[in-house]
Structures are given as C-alpha cells and as structure tokens.
Design a binder for this molecule. Structure first.
Ligand SMILES: Nc1ncnc2c1ncn2[C@@H]1O[C@H](COP(=O)(O)OP(=O)(O)OP(=O)(O)O)[C@@H](O)[C@H]1O
Ligand SMILES: [Mg+2]
Length: 289
C-alpha cells in the first residue's frame, strides 16, 4: 500500500524507517531490486555484500541523492520521495551521510569543516562570508571534545590522520542533530586501529544518543562485532536479514557469491586481531622486567 503523500516530516526526531519494494535501475543494471525491510529507531544496522551489491545505492536513495525507479522509503508515515524544497532539506538534515573518503574540505580548518554541518539552515550571504553564529562554534567544539579531537580544532583537515578525519566527518554529521547516520564504508580507508576508533565512535553515538546508524561494511567481522542486525545484499536483493550470530558460513558464502573455499578471514578488517599483537608486546614487556 502506498504511504500518504504528506509533504512534511513528523516533528519527533525518532521514528522508524521502512523500505517498501524499493528498486533502482541504471539502464540494464538493477542496482537495488525489490528491497523491503524496516529499520526501527535506535538500531545499529550493518549492510554487507560484495562490490556492486547495491549497498551505496540504497544509502543514496535513503537520503535522496538518487530517486528510486520503484517503491517507497517511508519515515514516520511520510514517503520521503514526496519531499521537495524545505521538506527535502529537512529530510537530508535528519539523515546525515558519512563517506569512505571523509568528504571534508582539506585546506579548511577542522572547526569550519564541522560547522559546515549547519549549512543547510544558513543564508547564502552568511555562507559566502563564512559567518557562523557563536553558539554554533561552541557546539562544534563541544562535539569535537566529545569525540576526543578538540585539540585538533585549529588544524587543517588535510593534516589529520584518516581516523581523525573520519571523526571530524562524524562531528560534522552530529552538527545536523540527525535521527540517522548513514555511513557508507566509513572504515574502508583506515588501518585497523583507526577503524576500531571510528566504529567505537559510531556505536557510542548510537548507544548514548539513540541515533539510528545504518552502516555499509565490506567486512563480516566488523558487522558481527558492532551491529545489532545485519542485512546481506547480493545483486541488489536482500539475501539475509537477522542478528549477526544467526549468519552462517553458508549464508555468508551466498552474500559474497563465494565458493566452498570461502573463509570469513577473507573479509576481515583485522579489528579483532588488533588486540593480539598488542597483548603479545605487553606480555613480552612484562616478561622482561
Ligand atoms: N550512477 C550510476 N550509474 C550507473 N550504474 C550505477 C550507478 N551507481 C551504481 N551503479 C551500478 O549499480 C550497481 C550497484 O552499485 P553500488 O555502488 O550501489 O554497489 P556497492 O554495493 O556500494 O559496491 P561497493 O562495495 O563497490 O561500494 C553496480 O553494478 C554499479 O555499477
Ligand atoms: Mg559502495
């Protein structure tokens, strides 16, 4: 059944998100194929699948960077596809995106990058002259402090490590006070240590603020470790939807289109293994004294 064609969003920050028979075609390619599922508020949901499975397209449809060829995405009873103008801007502010490549302005300082999270509610004149209200500047610094990078506030974004830059991108997203964080492979460019810090940050935001996190991940071990629920996509379709502990090796094989030799290690980011060398170093240091 089609949702109401209401053009204003509910005022409550939290509400569930529903995908109803969502399809996206690019010519002969069906990137997202008849996808239906619900995301309850406050969930941390991992979407896994091999390259080309449709993960990014699904996130882009969600915040209306692209429109579906068929079906509906519904938030609090409103078909987000029906939103235009201010309603659409409000929707985009509700579902902040985080990308693999951070999408910061490299030569701009960290605080200004974070303040860019408020751009969609500021006048063109204020934006042109980079004029930010004092209250927003304090809030940006508070958020940076919360994410443990306030000491980097005056540096250029390009001078930070990958993990710090991704935390700046998360801080920019938080400036929008979003109901959802849509994260597209947020740790794919990071080493295991930084990957862990970024995923811990997303989980904190989920647990402490109750914000829903939808996170595309290449790797199974990260999904198992951080997500309440995993959706497995293959060729645009949902082939698994459930708690991570219910995902069997056979199902993982189907998601990744792999053969009998498939091993979860092939999709590992080594986050789990991070502790092992550290512990080993600690143990040998202890043995030496
Ligand atoms: N703008 C576009 N124009 C044409 N085809 C597209 C476009 N965007 C995505 N596709 C195609 O849709 C399919 C799904 O792409 P998508 O980027 O959603 O996959 P993905 O699961 O995010 O992959 P990856 O893990 O490599 O990021 C692919 O076959 C891709 O080539
Ligand atoms: Mg992608």
């Amino acid at each position: 059944m089609a949702p109401d064609r209401v053009t204003t969003l509910p005022t409550a920050r939290a509400a569930g998100l529903s995908y109803r028979k969502v399809t996206k075609r690019f010519g002969a390619v069906t990137a997202v194929d008849d996808v239906s599922f619900d995301v309850p508020e406050g969930q941390i949901l991992g979407i896994i699948g091999r390259s080309g499975a449709g993960k990014s397209t699904l996130l882009r449809l969600t915040n209306r960077l692209a429109d579906p060829s068929g079906g509906h995405i519904v938030f609090g009873g409103v078909d987000v596809g029906s939103l235009r103008g201010k309603g659409l801007l409000a929707w985009r502010a509700r579902c902040a995106m985080i990308f693999q490549q951070f999408n910061l302005v490299p030569r701009l300082d960290v605080v200004s990058n974070v303040l860019h999270g408020t751009l969609n509610r500021r006048s063109t004149l204020a934006t042109t002259f980079n004029l930010f209200p004092r209250a927003d500047i304090y809030r940006a610094i508070d958020i940076l402090e919360r994410l443990g990078i306030a000491d980097q506030a005056a540096k250029r974004a390009e001078d930070l490590s990958g993990g710090q830059q991704q935390r700046v991108a998360i801080a920019r997203a938080l400036m929008q006070d979003p109901a959802f964080i849509l994260a597209d492979e947020p740790i794919a460019s990071l080493d295991p240590m930084n990957a862990q810090v970024v995923m811990d940050t997303l989980r904190r935001i989920n647990e402490e603020d109750g914000r829903t996190v939808v996170c595309n991940l290449h790797t199974l071990d990260t999904a198992r470790r951080y997500c309440d629920r995993v959706i497995g996509m293959c060729e645009g379709r949902v082939v698994f939807d459930g708690a991570p502990e219910l995902l069997t090796t056979a199902q993982a094989r189907e998601i990744y289109g792999a053969d009998e030799d498939f091993s979860e290690h092939a999709t590992s980011t080594s986050i789990e293994k991070l502790e092992t060398p550290m512990l080993r170093t600690l143990r040998s240091a202890e043995a030496a004294v």
